[in-house]
Design a protein around this ligand. Sequence first.
Ligand SMILES: NC(=O)c1ccc[n+]([C@@H]2O[C@H](COP(=O)([O-])OP(=O)(O)OC[C@H]3O[C@@H](n4cnc5c(N)ncnc54)[C@H](OP(=O)(O)O)[C@@H]3O)[C@@H](O)[C@H]2O)c1
Length: 287
Amino acid sequence: MSAHKPKALDGSFMLAFGTGSTWRKEDSEALNTGLIEIVKEALQLGYRHLDTAELYNTEREVGEAIKQSGVPVSEIYITGKVFTMSDVQGAFDRTLQRLGVDYVDLYLLHHPYFAKSNADLQGAWTELETIYDSGKVGAIGVSNFTEDHIRTILETARIRPACNQIELNPYLQRTQLQQYHKKQGIQTFAFSPLSPIVRASPGPLDSDLESIAKKHGISTAVALIRWALQQGIAVATTSTDKARMKDHLLALDVSLLEKEVALISRFGAEKHFRGRWNDKFAPDDRS
Ligand SMILES: NC(=O)c1ccc[n+]([C@@H]2O[C@H](COP(=O)([O-])OP(=O)(O)OC[C@H]3O[C@@H](n4cnc5c(N)ncnc54)[C@H](OP(=O)(O)O)[C@@H]3O)[C@@H](O)[C@H]2O)c1
């Protein structure tokens, strides 16, 4: 049995420093020393959740940064993701080796779209369950899953997904999927929380978001992250800029009024923006 005690995804673990998107590398061999420094900086600033994936080719940098940081790995929440559906166990073993750890807190099926069929998806989930049984992961979950994908794995699952990491922000609130998560006891975990100011600006949220941020003496980025956290949604964000990395951590401490959270949701709902997997959804599909 594992010597590791599973960590709850709460407190400071609710805000993850991401090593995908801008950090993703095509070359798995080369080591990005800049990324090692940034992840070290993230840990020194106080991030305690690191989000990585087989697909990003950033696992070795994350592992090296953890080692160099001096922060005990037992204090860090590590999320990993697998996209090799055909051999999840092999991919997981390589992930542990690249990270230089013997345990990952949360391990996710990265994309349902890499499965060739429902049986393929269910088979990959069964492999994740076997990894969970080995005690080498604290929890298993999914990412980029729709309600239908979750239903498919639940048909044969022994263990329910602990979370679904999805694109989510005020311009893509996925209310119905979130309600389904709640019903099934699945934690919602958002990525691309900053789309309204980074990818989908200008928009109907701009002026209210700015006044709410100004009132609390925070940046609009912090207001967006807090909007999600305050609804119990875990968040992965990232930056190459140390001042922004530090700033985003304020989202763990600040508190918005419930009416401000509701206002951001209301004005956010006036626009629909999806940054990823647009080919899998109709243009007006907000699920
Ligand atoms: N499961 C999945 O399929 C999936 C997909 C996407 C992402 N993710 C995870 O989620 C993490 C975050 O995703 P994301 O990059 O899409 O999220 P994001 O936090 O919405 O966007 C980060 C981008 O916003 C910019 N930025 C950060 N702070 C800013 C600010 N205060 N003002 C203006 N621009 C700002 C950053 O640029 P600078 O570097 O210039 O600050 C960076 O390019 C990834 O690293 C990855 O770990 C998972």
